[in-house]
Design a protein around this ligand. Structure first.
Ligand code: ARG
Length: 491
């Protein structure tokens, strides 16, 4: 007899391809802890409403704790019929406690269950990422303090603009990341509301105490509408946006360091393998706590060294770590936009499309966790070349200071800007630096110039003049360091 090509699903046997697209347990197993927490709380809520007896509750809770232990010990054995983490846990619970397991799901749906699990999981991982961010910020702050005396050219449009402290640049990144950390805390507050008790869509028919559930599961409140409870994946989209923004900051930092490590700049040199050099530095931060890698992504436990040689050109030392950080950012944006495309097409409440929220989030969490740790590792072990940074400073970068000199002598700024421009031009025509022009040259440009104009040609003086809050003077930079340290301490 001929087999009908698409007969499987119509004759009752599952088409293996349909199974392959439907089954999620190979990735959503990562939710096992969150799923069991949710079920334990739900068992208690059922008992509270006398839907199950106290002894039934106790056997559910003990059974669930055993299932959790099996996962933790890596002893949980998945069965072919385990479609997702929720069915797997419930199946196993039944094997342990018998038929009472069938009461656990009373009034609950996988729709409110999975929405709850995801929120618990993301919340948990977000706090680990916060710790990674803080480590990175601490590295930047420590380095900024150690190297506060180092001056370098600051750039706009990739053109040498004004002298700045290297520390000031480092702290600009530290502040980006500090904002990311704040944003994450605000995000966690916003998303930390409980969907459980929404049922499949219309609400819970057994008057389950959702406030009790929220307290048990450490949510600040409940989602106020059951349709919304099962429908809402805004917290997924927002997390992915947050992750993308963090990766923008990582990528921009990486791009700066890539440019500065070229032989054209030579401002920084990457450590050959930062793992080895980590032991040689005094930074006491723990960089090497990689996340438990999911089974199919073992590369995560073995990140590449920060720079490698070229297979062809022996003189090259490539900034692989930084290029990967820059590249990984694209990956995270992809997860965000991919998920948003899925999300936008769904009608109200739960649709199976929403199962596609998990892999993007898992991947973004893994990528961020590794990327933040590698960024911290690269930053704590690179060496700087203050001589090269200093050599990048030229007197024409003090043209603004020259204009400001005249401002201090009472000349309107618009005019001074013009005069300083003329000085730049004159030096250029003479093939010399502005510092080598004579006082009479300056006085030809404006009578307000007197012999203290030579004081302008001092890069330290230039940065020290930027002493307003947020400036690049030593005091302003130390203030920033202090503020960031204060913030880090608040932990
Ligand atoms: N595995 C599903 C998901 O991740 C769980 C919810 C399934 N609900 C349903 N009605 N089929 O979204």
């Amino acid at each position: 007899t001929s087999q009908k090509l698409w007969g499987g699903r119509f004759t009752g046997a599952n088409d293996p391809l349909m199974d392959a697209i439907n089954v999620s347990v190979h990735f959503d197993r990562r939710l096992y802890g969150a799923d069991i927490l949710g079920s334990i709380a739900y068992s208690k809520a059922l008992a509270k409403n006398h839907i199950i007896s106290p002894s039934e509750r106790d056997s559910l809770v003990t059974g669930l704790q055993q299932v959790l232990q099996e996962w933790d010990d890596n002893k949980f054995v998945l069965q072919p019929a385990d479609e997702d983490i929720h069915t797997a846990n419930e199946r196993r619970l039944g094997e342990i406690v018998g038929s009472v397991a069938g009461k656990l799901h009373t009034g609950r749906s996988r729709n409110d269950q999975v929405a709850t699990d995801m929120r618990i999981w993301v919340r948990e991982e977000a706090s680990k990422l916060l710790a990674n961010l803080k480590e990175l910020i601490a590295v930047a702050v420590n380095r900024a303090e150690r190297e506060i005396d180092v001056l370098m050219p600051g750039y706009t449009h990739m053109q040498r603009a004004q002298p700045i402290r290297w520390s000031h640049l480092l702290l600009s990144y530290a502040w980006f990341w500090q904002n990311d950390a704040d944003r994450l805390a605000q995000y966690i507050h916003r998303m930390n509301v409980l969907p459980l008790g929404s049922g499949a869509l219309a609400g819970n028919p057994f008057d389950i105490d959702r406030d009790f559930l929220a307290t048990e599961l450490e949510f600040r409140g409940v989602v106020p509408n059951s349709l919304l409870g099962v429908s809402d994946r805004d917290f997924v989209a927002e997390f992915l946006f947050w992750a993308s923004l963090v990766m923008i900051h990582v990528s921009r930092f990486a791009e700066d360091m890539i440019i500065y490590s070229t032989s054209e700049f030579g401002f920084v040199q990457l450590a050959d393998t930062y793992r080895r050099s980590l032991r040689d530095t005094n930074d006491s931060i723990a960089i090497v706590t990689l996340p438990r890698p999911p089974a199919d992504q073992s590369y995560l436990s073995n990140p590449p060294p920060p720079s490698t040689g070229s297979s062809l050109m022996p003189q090259k030392k490539n900034p692989d770590s930084l290029e990967l950080l820059r590249g990984k950012s694209g990956r995270v944006f992809g997860q965000m936009s991919g998920f948003m495309m899925t999300y936008k097409g769904t009608p109200s409440t739960y649709n199976k499309d929403l199962q596609e929220d998990k892999e993007p989030v898992f991947d973004a969490v893994d990528t961020l966790s590794v990327s933040l740790q590698i960024t911290a590792g690269v930053l704590s072990t690179l060496t700087i070349r203050p001589d090269k940074m200093r050599a990048g400073l030229s007197h024409d970068m003090l043209a603004t200071d020259l204009a400001e000199y005249l401002v201090r002598k009472g000349v309107p700024f618009r005019e001074t800007h013009h005069i300083a421009g003329a000085a730049v031009k004159l030096a250029e025509e003479r093939g010399t630096s502005m510092a080598h022009l004579n006082l009479s040259d300056f006085q030809d440009l404006h009578p307000a110039f007197v012999d203290d104009v030579t004081e302008v040609w001092d890069f330290e003086r230039s940065v020290e003049q930027r002493s307003t809050q947020g400036g690049t003077s030593e005091k302003s930079v130390r203030d920033q360091i202090e503020k960031l340290r204060e913030w880090l301490k608040q932990g």
